[in-house]
Design a protein around this ligand. Structure first.
Ligand SMILES: N[C@@H](CCC(=O)N[C@@H](CS)C(=O)NCC(=O)O)C(=O)O
Length: 286
């Protein structure tokens, strides 16, 4: 059962916000969808966007400026929330970089998080199937991108499920989470003290073991005025891993841009064009 929270005309299509009872998470979840005008007469490709710490399913749709390009290319945009909500777990709202708003797009294995914090299964199975079944979409053309914690989510979910996602890109991703404070904190709580479990959710570690999983390339944009770059994001680790795996990567470093949505919206057009081309079997163009 899918409840419509609100719907708004947008670039010839519809910007919608939905709520449903998630079986994976065992609680209601909200997500947003941009329905491009082309969906009325053809099955459209789907592009999932995963947002960063403290964000909700609204942030990207309000601030990302993606709908204009999604409308032009006929791509459906889907943005989930960044974690389960109202879990009732003691202390779960204490920190802004852990707990609610910071699900890290994985299935927790440790108590008290394991029951509700199942964002990987929620996204890759439940939400994907719901979107593919409910809307006029093409299951063979599904891509994923995201920002910061969501960039980590996009890269790791693409590497863990290459049969599901055909294109991947990121803005300022947490590229080596097992080696930065945000990742160490989240993985320690969600996955436990054994670091062997962490590498399965670390994009740079996963890429080292991969064999050119995305031959058409991966696109990453990174601002050089980003205050999180040196300590938290570590894109150079992912760059080295891609070299090792012979994975084509376009990592663009931009002077004058910080971590926020002014940066993200500046390069949104390029990301939508990139996914459009890759999902339609054309050269990535980067
Ligand atoms: N609250 C943190 C920043 C959190 C932050 O930058 N979150 C990013 C994702 S990692 C974001 O997208 N925030 C929402 C926004 O910019 O609208 C701080 O004060 O340093």
């Amino acid at each position: 059962m899918l409840d419509i929270i609100s719907q708004h005309g947008c670039f010839g299509g519809v910007q919608a916000f939905y709520r449903h009872d998630s079986t994976e998470i065992g609680l209601p979840m909200q997500f947003s969808v941009y329905h491009p005008p082309q969906e009325e007469h053809e099955a459209v490709p789907v592009l999932f966007y995963l947002a960063g710490l403290t964000c909700t399913e609204e942030t990207f749709m309000i601030k990302g400026g993606a709908q204009r390009w999604a409308s032009q290319h006929g791509i459906m945009l889907v943005a989930p929330d960044t974690s389960p909500r109202n879990t009732g777990i003691e202390g779960i709202d204490r920190d802004w970089d852990f707990g609610h708003g910071a699900g890290f797009y994985l299935d927790a294995t440790q108590a008290p998080y394991a029951e509700r914090f199942r964002m990987e299964s929620y996204l890759v199975r439940e939400l994907r199937e719901l979107v593919l079944n409910q809307f006029n979409t093409d299951a063979r053309r599904v891509g994923i991108f995201g920002h910061s914690m969501g960039g980590h989510g996009a890269l790791t979910l693409a590497l863990r499920h290459p049969e599901v996602f055909s294109s991947v890109s990121a803005f300022a991703p947490i590229a080596a989470p097992s080696r930065c404070p945000w990742g160490e904190k989240a993985f320690g709580h969600y996955l436990g003290a054994d670091r062997a479990a962490w590498v399965e959710h670390d994009a740079s570690e996963l890429m080292k073991r991969a064999k050119t999983p995305y031959p058409q390339g991966i696109l990453i944009d990174q601002g050089l005025n980003d205050k999180f770059l040196q300590e938290q994001l570590l894109p150079q680790e992912f760059e080295h891993a891609c070299q090792q795996a012979q994975q084509p990567l376009t990592l663009r470093r931009h002077e004058g841009y910080d971590h926020g949505y002014y940066f993200i919206s500046t390069f949104m057009e390029d990301h939508l064009a990139f996914h459009h081309r890759v999902l339609n079997g054309q050269p990535a163009g980067f």
